[in-house]
Ligand binder design. Structure first.
Ligand code: HEC
Length: 140
């Protein structure tokens, strides 16, 4: 048996094989981890606050989140952007808290004749109030 009868594998065959395997693996890896842009999500506290807004607090029965939609109270669309400049010296968080526990302390222009129910806060726990304030701060 001489060298003429042995199976001859061209020297570049191995390189081609490795290259194809590499392409196959990268394409599989790519589809296993699709690039989905991150979506903004609410924290646990903000999510709980959203539930209070729609449920226990009944805020959504008087407040729309759509711009310029008046139910009983003003739309809270973009509330986090204006809350910090409503009352001098009050941060957005302080103003939002005050507007729930002492709604008469600041009356939104045009709402002099309709009051926000001042007993709402007494029907919520302190935790629920903090949660709804955290949620309102996501609305901008
Ligand atoms: C019975 C209807 C009613 C309910 C229920 C109600 N509100 Fe109001 N809210 C009003 C009215 C009317 C005003 C405007 C008068 C005022 O400024 O107090 C107002 C004002 C506000 C403001 C000030 C908005 C601004 O532009 O400065 C905030 C913040 C607010 N409410 C949050 C809440 C939250 C949070 C809840 C639920 C815990 C809630 N409201 C439940 C009627 C309501």
């Amino acid at each position: 048996m001489n060298s003429n009868t042995t199976l001859r594998i061209p020297p570049y065959a191995f390189a081609v094989f490795v290259l194809l395997l590499g392409l196959l693996l990268t394409s599989c890896g790519g589809s296993a981890e699709p690039e989905v842009p991150p979506t903004p999500t609410l924290s646990a506290e903000q999510t709980a606050g959203k539930a209070v807004f729609q449920g226990a607090g009944a805020c959504s029965t008087c407040h729309s989140l759509k711009a310029d939609v008046r139910i009983v109270g003003p739309s809270l669309h973009g509330i986090n952007d204006v809350a910090g400049s409503r009352v001098e010296g009050q941060s957005a968080e302080e103003y939002l808290l005050a507007s729930i526990i002492r709604p008469q302390a600041y009356i939104v222009e045009g709402y002099e004749d309709v009051a926000m129910d001042p007993t709402i806060a007494s029907r919520l726990t302190l935790e629920e109030i903090d949660q709804v304030v955290a949620y309102l701060q996501t609305i901008d």
